[in-house]
Write a protein that binds this ligand. Structure first.
Ligand code: G3H
Ligand code: 13P
Ligand code: ZN
Length: 284
């Protein structure tokens, strides 16, 4: 299959009331595990590359890997730029073949964020690429911020209404209590805020920093309208834990395939579980 856009995926998710997993990929084994899990679960899936991933693996290589994987797949797959901040780089991703891009202007003042996103939307929509933007600020768990500091960055529902109307984005990432990276305690999601955002905003809602959020809270978020769920840390941890386990059991192993292969299998299981929780299994 050719790559699909997240707008395509979100419209079915919206109609049927589930969320699509957006899994970060940095290398071949991660791409393979995501696709194998989506095939096994008959689920649509989003493979996303961060700026760090592009730096590590290369824009062309990542694109070629995901396009090739999608061409051989029987489930719909989107290739999405995660947290693009630089206009030029976002344009390069579009030209190289990404089907969707995130332009993250969340650190900018509202009007500048709107201006940046408008510019991206104008070009992206002209060539059939969909756009995610972020409003509010989703920090890292390791950033030294107190709970009240964090809450000050939560997405304002009224601003979200203005922002989506003025930019024409396809989906909106919101700050409602999640953070990137491993949590120290259990994250508390502000579901009332999510409801208010949903009441005012017609585009699908995206949840970042979803690793480490308990399955029940994820199900609740999906029931309340989250339609794209970003997962990275849980994948990294599962992948590396298995590599460590293999290396500890076989310290003399020198064949990377015998270390990465088992890690890829574990990763597939973790992704299959996420797909089940998000409700996207059996939708294809
Ligand atoms: O949102 C952040 C993602 O986990 C990507 O992280 O920039 O280290 O690739 P990264
Ligand atoms: P986690 O690493 O916390 O799952 O966050 C992933 C993410 O939001 C990618 O954009
Ligand atoms: Zn994110």
């Amino acid at each position: 299959m050719s790559l699909v856009t997240i707008a395509d995926l979100m419209s079915q998710a919206e109609k049927e009331g589930y969320a699509v997993g957006a899994f970060n990929a940095n290398n071949l084994e991660i791409v393979q595990a995501i696709v194998a899990a989506a095939e096994a679960k008959r689920s649509p899936v989003i493979i996303q590359a961060s700026q760090g991933a592009l730096k590590y693996a290369g824009l062309e290589q990542i694109t070629a890997m995901v396009k090739t994987a999608a061409a051989g797949a029987t489930v719909p797959i989107a290739l999405h730029l995660d947290h693009g901040t630089d206009f030029t780089q976002v344009m390069r991703c579009i030209r190289t073949g990404f089907s969707s891009v995130m332009v993250d202007g969340s650190k900018l003042p509202l009007q500048e964020n709107i201006g940046l996103v408008q510019r991206v939307v104008q070009v992206a929509h002209a060539v059939g690429v969909s756009v995610e933007a972020e409003l509010g600020r989703i920090s890292g768990t390791e950033d030294n911020v107190t709970v009240s500091d964090r809450e000050a960055y939560f997405t304002d529902p009224e601003e979200a209404e203005i922002f989506t109307r003025e930019t024409g984005v396809d989906c909106l990432a919101v700050a409602i209590g999640t953070a990137h990276g491993p949590y120290k305690g259990e994250p508390k999601l502000d579901f009332e805020r999510l409801d208010e955002i949903r009441r005012r905003v017609s585009v699908p809602i995206v949840l970042h920093g979803s690793s480490g959020v308990p399955d029940e809270a994820i199900r609740e978020a999906v029931a309340r309208g989250v339609r794209k769920i970003n997962i990275d840390t849980d994948l990294r941890q599962a992948f590396v834990a298995k590599m460590r386990e293999v290396l500890a059991a076989k310290p003399d192993e020198y064949d990377p395939r015998k270390i990465l292969g088992p890690a890829r299998e574990v990763l597939q299981q973790v992704i299959e579980h996420k797909i089940q929780v998000f409700g996207s299994a059996g939708r294809v």
